[in-house]
Design a protein around this ligand. Structure first.
Ligand SMILES: Nc1ncnc2c1ncn2[C@@H]1O[C@H](COP(=O)(O)OP(=O)(O)OP(=O)(O)O)[C@@H](O)[C@H]1O
Ligand SMILES: [Mg+2]
Length: 317
């Protein structure tokens, strides 16, 4: 069982499955949601752009929460969410910076949709929404492959410091404006929609980054396969989590472990040995002959979970 390796978990907890593309993040997320659903109300949310959850669980459409029996499931439609965000961005720019038209810089509006980082921002918004959901004891978030996931986890922290700088700058501009208006003895409106928006964004990102680094609220599960690149990404993810959020993952899962190759001297043995040295909880899952393709088969997979680190330690003796 995966939950046996997680230790004490508080209610209203969010789990992230992270790792290289194809290692089994979605499979582990489903398996975990299945287990957690026996302990409390559980939501499985997938931010995987390939929408594999729809296929695995037969979720009829993205963008809405559906019950899949024992737990609820939600598949983000990243393309649609990103399109909506771009439209909103264009609307905001038009409203907040009407001077663009005067400056003949309207082109800025039409290229807003090509702004880098919109995908990341769509996921960050969804994450804020997920943390705000009440009514679930556990939420499992199936993340996209490493690059996009790390940007999503790192950006809220970065945005807070950028936004604080922009808020300072805006306050200085407003103070100058206020002084000029005062000298000209004009009526002064101290409300400013740009400042309001900056403060609103800063508070949203601050709330999210605080939750992301709170181990009572959030746990990270890093999935790998016994191959060099997936293992390299485990180390990269751990480094980022430590540097940005000051946290360790709650569990490392080594998925697709071929039973026959766990002999001393093989590459698989060496990778797993090094992986076992990382001082957090470990769980290993066997490589099945046939990929699990139903909820039932994923549940069966969790029964193959074993402690390969203990086995390796015994082999060494
Ligand atoms: N232990 C296992 N043995 C055999 N096949 C497995 C095992 N775990 C997962 N698979 C299969 O491996 C494939 C990739 O798994 P999965 O979709 O969960 O990976 P992922 O990390 O979510 O991929 P992506 O990065 O594309 O979202 C799937 O076909 C899945 O059924
Ligand atoms: Mg996936």
């Amino acid at each position: 069982m995966l939950t046996e390796n997680l230790g004490e978990i508080s209610r209203s907890h969010v789990f992230f499955t992270l790792g290289k593309g194809g290692v089994g993040k979605s499979t582990i997320a489903i398996a975990l949601a299945l287990e957690l659903s026996r302990k409390g109300r559980t939501l499985l949310a997938s931010f995987d752009p390939a929408k594999h959850l729809l296929k695995y669980l037969g979720v009829p459409e993205p963008g809405r929460i559906h019950s899949v029996g024992v737990f609820d499931a939600y598949q983000l439609d990243l393309e649609q969410a990103t399109r909506r965000l771009a439209e909103e961005l264009e609307g905001n720019l038009e409203y907040l910076a009407p001077s663009l038209k005067v400056l003949n810089a309207e082109k800025v509006l039409s290229v807003a949709r090509y702004t880098p980082g919109l995908e990341e921002d769509s996921i960050i918004r969804e994450l804020s929404r997920i943390y705000g959901l009440t009514g679930y004891d556990y939420i499992v978030v199936d993340m996209p492959p490493t690059g996009l996931s790390l940007r999503v986890l790192v950006l809220p922290e970065l945005y807070v410091s950028w936004l604080n700088k922009l808020i300072d700058l805006r306050l200085r501009i407003l103070s100058l404006k206020y002084t000029v208006e005062k000298i000209r003895e004009r009526s002064r409106d101290i409300r400013d929609p740009v400042l309001d928006k900056l403060v609103e964004l800063r508070d949203t990102y601050l709330g999210l980054s605080t939750s992301l680094k709170n181990p009572d609220k959030t746990s990270y599960i890093i999935v790998a396969n016994p191959e060099p690149l997936p293992f390299y990404e485990v180390k990269e993810i751990m480094k980022t989590l430590r540097e940005i959020h000051g946290v360790n993952p709650r569990l490392l899962v080594m998925n697709k472990v071929p039973g026959d190759k766990l002999t001393s001297g093989s590459e698989v043995f060496d990778i797993i040995s090094e992986w076992c040295e990382i001082p957090v909880h470990h769980a290993c899952i066997q490589l099945l002959n046939k990929p699990p393709s139903s909820l039932h088969e994923v549940e069966a997979l969790t029964r193959t979970i074993y402690d390969c680190c203990e086995r390796l330690a015994k082999d060494r003796c």
